[in-house]
Write a protein that binds this ligand. Sequence first.
Ligand SMILES: [Zn+2]
Ligand SMILES: [Zn+2]
Length: 270
Amino acid sequence: MAFKICVLGSGSSGNCIYIESNTTKILIDAGLSFKQICLRLESIDVDINDIEAVCFTHEHHDHYQGLKTMLKKTDIKPYANTGTASGIDARLSAIEIPWNIFTTGSKFAIGEITIHPFQVCHDAYEPVGYILTTNEIKVGIVTDMGIITELVKDHLKDCHTLILEANHDPELLVNSARPWSLKQRISGSQGHLSNTQTCELLKAISSEKLQHLFLAHLSSDCNCPEIAETTIQKTLDGLNHQHVNIHVTQQKETTKFVSIIDVDIISIKN
Ligand SMILES: [Zn+2]
Ligand SMILES: [Zn+2]
């Protein structure tokens, strides 16, 4: 086993991803309440006290809301770039956060996991996506992003697992009761990826190596799990990548807890 992953919850009310390697356990974002993070980790037999670090993608509330209590009750180390750390500091001004600051574009390590943060377009100070690697296994994570840049495509190539935003169905968004300004923000270059954009991204990055695809940050009123899954499945079928397991993330429940292995390594060992 090289990585195990569970998306504890994802959507506009809160985002938190759990990832473990053989010896290192981390979170990406702490956007659920601390209580929910603990309960959902317990449901997959993980003790919150065994987690070493939490890495933040950006300073929006749905990505950090559990942090304050987490810092009070655990020794989990928070990691962010300067922009995100300043953004969260400004919102949690009553406490001093012991940040571990990383530089966007530069790799760093937490235990045996190598982490490579890269720039994405979203309406936050310094938002990032992440590439995580251990033992040749590569996982890509992007949950809030308005447009797909060449830099993003370059980083996400050849992943064994992807956690990608599939925020909205373009038609449901246009026909929703939301004000035009909000519709424009969501579909703009600093907003969120639609199912269609996620398909375009997959056409550029999906490969034989891809084992698991988590669809994340689904809008509750401008998307639905069936539409997102069907749209993405069609694209994977068109690429002849029927081997990929799609997991639609939910706001109130965890996904399956999946193991990611390097199939080539396993077949050589056997
Ligand atoms: Zn955001
Ligand atoms: Zn978000």
